[in-house]
Design a protein around this ligand. Sequence first.
Ligand code: 2NL
Length: 341
Amino acid sequence: MFDKVKELAEEIKSVRVKTQEDLENYRLRFISKKGAFPSLFQQMKDIPNEKKKEFGQAINEIKQLAQDRFKEFINELNGNENDNLESSFDLTLPAEDSIGSIHPISATRNTIIDIFKRIGFNVEDGPEIENDWHNFTALNFPPDHPAREMQDTFFIEKNPDMLLRTHTSNVQIRLMNKQKPPIRSIMPGRVFRNEAISARAHCIFHQVEGLFVDENVSFQDLKATLYHFSKEMFGKDTQIRFRPSYFPFTEPSAEIDVSCFICGGKGCNICKYTGWVEIAGAGMVDPNVLSNCEIDPEKYTGFAFGMGIERITMLKYQIKDLRLFTENDIRFLKQFKTVQW
Ligand code: 2NL
């Protein structure tokens, strides 16, 4: 009798299941009520009493084996089916929701580029990893100048210093070195500062800087250019104002505000009830900066400006937290599907 149990165990172990039909045969033979086990249990009555327990345990063990293998066979067959793409996906269905959207930072950058291109500015690009000269010293930040504190950055190497640029002005320095006036260019790009990340600050962000150097370029040219830009960007009724400020690389320098395009200047929580929002910094290029690039400050003058793309995007779309730009949460990005540029 025990031999029969052993034989059945061997048989179960030797079975290979490749098709649904094999599986059904296995089920009939080892799992169903008419299979091998009920008849084995029936033979219990012929077993001497002292062996009954041992016999029962042996049958139960291989019955468990039969059931375990049955589950494995089912998984194997289903698994193979999933490998077969044709049977589990309908490839003729239209792709759903697969077209992405323009990132709001790109949209704002593209709008800014378009506005300046139409009034004759070129677009320039340059390195994100920069040496001390092009990021600081040529821009009139002497090595111990306190303004360097405000633009602490990430150093790739010390002595000689290699660092992540804190503004795109490095591109302007490089441009003035290789191209003599007239120069009329904007420089969009990624910049870096050693800042704690919060809703209002990030260690990586984006800027557009602009530079116009020629004979007789005046502060009036700067005002007219930024006034035109503001109307194009925020609407034709936009007003601008200049507040005196300080940058090491411009003299005089100013902070530029536009009349609040949400409330039209009446006061709201975007403009913090002042009627004005800050959008850029600007000024006349310091003569030292021109000299550093071997441009004669007696012959040429220039204006320059810089604006943060994140800041303008946050104002435009009323985005309250800067971190949303880099988290790539699809629920945030999807909201810009209708934005063209
Ligand atoms: C801001 C202010 C500014 C400049 C950037 C510049 C570049 C050269 C020479 C002189 Cl090569 N100036 N750039 C000038 C004034 C302001 O940026 O608030 N940016 C976000």
